[in-house]
Design a protein around this ligand. Structure first.
Ligand code: SF4
Ligand code: FES
Length: 225
């Protein structure tokens, strides 16, 4: 009996050699794969060793396997395969290095620009349990970049910090130990700050960890007044 397979259509493009982007079809034995990442690993190991993609933990923790799967953003390692065709594209808004691998530099640059770390006053800085608890959902961000890719504004305005950066910024704005609250507020009220966000909620839909970047952006806007 012929073995049942999952059908995958995978985006292919090597900017160094290809003149146009394309999709390549693969059939992966159902016994060999449960998730999209399993299938990509199988394809790379059995059909095409040149297929490029990122993945590391295989546990939904590192954020490196975010991609566009059947019209939605998701983590390849957490997205189950289904009997229909699965179409896989790279994250949008970021330059393609090869196939499903994108250049995340702009994402990291914007993230770094909001000072994603605690700046403490001198001496001991204690955080209350209640204050720490307020940050639970923000700390769940795994920096996968899906929200950045789904955001219309990051595409239109290269200076816009992007949803993930604002989640972390809001985390430190809320942190009672932080010593540069005013400096952080200046960052977000600028020309390319939070008010560039039109609240389209694409970031919320894209987030595989239910971090809700839109709500964080709205909260920052409200606090500005
Ligand atoms: S907010 Fe969600 S989608 Fe955006 S980087 Fe964090 S985990 Fe990924
Ligand atoms: S491989 Fe780490 S989140 Fe998917």
């Amino acid at each position: 009996m012929k073995e049942k397979t999952y059908k995958l259509s995978v985006f292919r493009f090597d900017p160094l050699f290809d003149t146009k982007q394309s999709f390549k079809s693969f059939n992966v034995p159902r016994s060999e794969a449960k998730t999209v990442l399993d299938a990509l690993l199988y394809i790379r190991d059995h059909f095409d060793g040149t297929l490029a993609f990122r993945a590391s933990c295989n546990q939904g923790r590192c954020g490196s396997c975010a991609m566009h799967i059947n019209g939605e953003y998701g983590l390849a390692c957490e997205t189950p395969l289904h009997p229909g065709k699965t179409t896989i594209r790279p994250l949008a808004q970021l330059p393609i290095i090869k196939d499903l691998m994108v250049d995340m530099e702009r994402f990291w640059e914007k993230y770094e620009s909001i000072k994603p770390y605690l700046v403490r006053h001198s001496g001991e800085a204690r955080q209350s349990f209640t204050n720490r608890k307020e940050m639970d959902s923000m700390i769940d961000c795994i920096l996968c970049g899906a929200c950045f890719s789904a955001c219309m504004m990051t595409g239109l305005n290269p200076e816009f910090h992007g949803p993930a950066a604002y989640v972390t910024l809001n985390r430190f704005l809320r942190d009672e130990r932080d010593a540069i609250h005013d400096q952080r507020m200046e960052l977000v009220t600028g020309e390319n700050g939070v008010f560039r966000c039109h609240s389209m909620y694409n970031c919320n839909d894209a987030c595989p960890k239910n971090v809700k970047p839109s709500e964080n952006i709205l909260e920052i806007k409200k606090n500005i007044g």
